[in-house]
Write a protein that binds this ligand. Structure first.
Ligand code: NDP
Length: 460
């Protein structure tokens, strides 16, 4: 028995060494890309148990292939502002992995977008998309264009120029982009129009997140936020907890946040805070969602405008202070690395019971370690926010079949998908001896699906 244990320990050490060597190569090949390196490190470390059990993945260099995108496209995006000045931005599309379907993943328009950001997002998309059980590969893209303060016509001209180049690389069976930070239904509409004009064909399945009137799916707008709450509710249920009568803090006030707030409220929670990049609002009576929706979805205003209409609420500058507010459940839904070790310490000392990631990689590794150490229930982004891309895949299916499902049908499928992701990730965490660790469980489930498809398709 002791000998067996020693052999196993040596195997784990050897695989750990192998994984570290791969990570060193990733660092060398992708210098100055901290977000990409961070995303790769988390996944590689979590795959050690699966590699010990199945060395074929190592022999066939599956990891070495996974960390290298199939293709990274960068391009110039020239456009003309309202004063007649010519502006130039940089566009990106990473086509990371197509083992289980056409590349699929959103487009982000934000000044912080660079190769590191799109590669980290594209890499995470591999595992997330596989987890949904839908036939979709992984991609991501965007631009360092800042939509804030731009007129509608400027947004349109930018989107048209962006699509003029991107159109050469996408298609309903090749690569299907969607929205992300700074890209909503308006931007998707402008890009779809330009794609259609360039192609001379109505290929509805080339983009998802479209308007309902021209091929969009009911329930897509709500899918990521609702999905996060469905996933976290499953996680809570197992411990005899629920959203009902819980106090909840949700960062951001964009697409994911708004619909996470809505679903949490529908399940009986009191959501007391949300934010944008200017700061956060705290409303002890519970946020008025109608006001947030109007300010953000209709009027494009900053979140501090909320306190003008709700004097009982307060506004604080700086977005990380939101995590000092006591709550039972915290849902970071704004952006990467918005929840660091210090924020995690505040949450833990205030007695947080569960954290669910709506944004991509919103918690730093130190924050995740802190949650694990203190037995806080933790729902990682790849699993918890997969509802958005899952419903995007349902939008593609409806476009192919030229049919439209009802909101209830789509929402029913979304709930089923989120429950399945939860159950599969839990089961994998148990099988690989880290019971309840959904970070490891989710990574392993996603990895095995993609890795097995890669093995079947040979070295390509
Ligand atoms: P939106 O652009 O609709 O909203 C983003 C929100 O986060 C805004 O409130 C924004 O504030 C805030 N935010 C963005 N960047 C920063 C920053 N650097 N610092 C502080 N606050 C910031 O984007 P989404 O809601 O679509 O996306 C939010 C997150 O969810 C992202 O991580 C995205 O990748 C992820 N995600 C989105 C999916 C989707 O379906 N949309 C699917 C899966 C994941 P401000 O307006 O002031 O910039």
């Amino acid at each position: 028995m002791k000998v067996m244990e020693e052999i196993k320990e040596t195997q784990i050490q050897n695989v750990g060494k192998y994984v570290n060597e791969i990570f060193e190569v990733v660092k060398e090949r992708n210098p100055n890309e901290p977000e990409f390196q961070q995303a790769v490190k988390e996944v590689l470390d979590s795959l050690v148990p699966v590699l010990v059990k199945n060395p074929t993945y190592m022999k066939q260099a599956v990891l070495e292939r996974l960390v290298e995108p199939e293709r990274l496209i960068t391009f110039r995006v020239p456009w003309v502002d309202d004063s007649g000045n010519v502006k130039v931005n940089r566009g990106f599309r990473v086509q990371f992995n197509s083992a289980i379907g056409p590349y699929k993943g959103g487009l982000r328009f934000h000044p912080s977008v660079n190769a590191s950001i799109v590669k980290f997002l594209g890499f995470e998309q591999i595992f997330k998309n596989a987890l949904t059980g839908q036939p979709i590969g992984a991609g991501k893209g965007g631009s360092d264009f800042d939509p804030k303060g731009k007129s509608d016509l400027e947004i349109m001209r930018f989107c048209q120029s962006f699509m003029t180049e991107l159109a050469k690389h996408i298609g309903p069976d090749i690569d299907v982009p969607a929205g992300d930070i700074g890209v909503g239904a308006r931007e998707i509409g402008y890009m779809f129009g330009q794609y259609k004009k360039l192609r001379g064909a109505y290929e509805a399945g080339v983009l998802t997140g479209k308007g309902i009137g021209y091929g969009g799916s009911l329930g897509r707008k709500e899918a990521t936020g609702y999905g996060v709450v469905y996933f976290v509710e499953e996680m809570l249920k197992e411990k005899g907890l629920s959203f009902n009568e819980s106090t909840v803090v949700i960062s951001g006030s964009g697409n994911v946040s708004i619909y996470a707030i809505e679903k949490a409220m529908q399940l009986g929670a009191k959501v007391v805070a949300c934010s944008d990049s200017s700061g956060y609002i705290y409303d002890p009576n519970g946020i008025n969602l109608e006001t947030v929706k109007r300010l953000k979805e209709v009027e494009n205003k900053r979140i501090y405008e909320y306190v003008k209409e709700h004097p009982e609420a307060s506004f604080q500058v700086g977005y990380s202070g939101i995590w000092t507010i006591p709550c039972d459940i915290a849902l970071p839904c704004a952006t990467q690395n918005e929840l660091d070790k210090e924020s995690a310490e505040h949450l833990v000392s205030n007695g947080v019971k569960a954290v669910g990631e709506g944004a991509n990689m919103p918690s730093t590794q130190e924050a995740i370690d802190m949650f694990m150490e203190h037995h806080v229930l933790f729902a990682p982004a790849k699993a918890a926010n997969a509802g958005g891309v899952a419903v995007s895949a349902l939008e593609m299916a409806q476009n192919s079949a030229r049919i439209a499902w009802t909101q209830e049908e789509v929402d029913g499928k979304l709930q089923e998908i989120m429950n399945t992701i939860y159950r599969e990730s839990m089961k994998a965490s148990e099988k690989y001896n880290v019971p309840g660790n959904l970070v490891v469980g989710a990574n392993i489930v996603g990895f095995i699906k993609v890795a097995d498809a890669m093995l079947s398709q040979g070295v390509i």
